[in-house]
Design a protein around this ligand. Sequence first.
Ligand code: SAM
Length: 264
Amino acid sequence: MDFNELYQIKDEFEQINRTYDIFNEDTRLHSKSARVEFLTTVKYVEKYLKPGMKILDIGAGAGEYSLYFAEKGYEVCALELADNNIAAFRKKIRPEHKIELTQGNAIDLSCYADNSFDIVLMFGPLYHLHNEADRQKAIAEAKRVAKPDAVFFFAFIGNDMIFITELNYDSDYIKTGDYDRETFKMDDFPFVFHTVDGCRKILENGGIKILHEVASDGVSELMAEKINKLDDEDYETYLRYHYYCCEKPEMLGRSNHLLFVGRA
Ligand SMILES: C[S@@+](CC[C@H](N)C(=O)[O-])C[C@H]1O[C@@H](n2cnc3c(N)ncnc32)[C@H](O)[C@@H]1O
């Protein structure tokens, strides 16, 4: 599979499935720089997570978050669409993990009963759902299966930082990149990109009251080469710097990934 072949796939959900023939979710979060997103996200989940809580991980990928919380003894239901990610995830589940992994689509959570989960993670579907009706279906389904006082965690890819990230990889991106030359809206392929304000609107339309807006990886991908060379002590300091500023409003547009935490 290459990007041209992927582009030819007109069924949106088959296109999402095949996207992960190209992108390797199994190791995506393993370098020091990429780990910033994971550690920041976990830090916010752990602000609300209490023993005995039940977690739903929608768009669970190769299981990075589900497995982390299952290792800590939490009961996790994980839903994932892509064949490759399901296969990679399944290989890592051990008998002691209380993980129920289901292949399915975020817009239809009929495999779960109403009022079932304390913590709902949606780190993936909003990178892919192209139309607002589907995004609202995914949020409505997440709300339906969540308990009334559940806490929701939504991840988005930030439109305004992606331009800089792409430019950092390739200075020709200015001329050749797939973006609107007037508005700087990135073309929504193979991912869907949102401005900070756009994320707020989607969640507000879905009836989510926002508790935290977080620049979950900030400039970490841009700085990857330097961050990956840090020794453990300096990396801890980098993380403390990142945590210190990741909720500052002025940082939000300068992050590849955005984490929104909210309640229904
Ligand atoms: C970039 S990966 C992130 C995986 C993992 N949650 C993480 O944060 O590391 C996005 C994931 O969302 C999944 N996904 C996208 N749209 C989905 C949908 N409509 N239903 C279920 N999973 C979906 C993809 O298959 C992919 O595994």
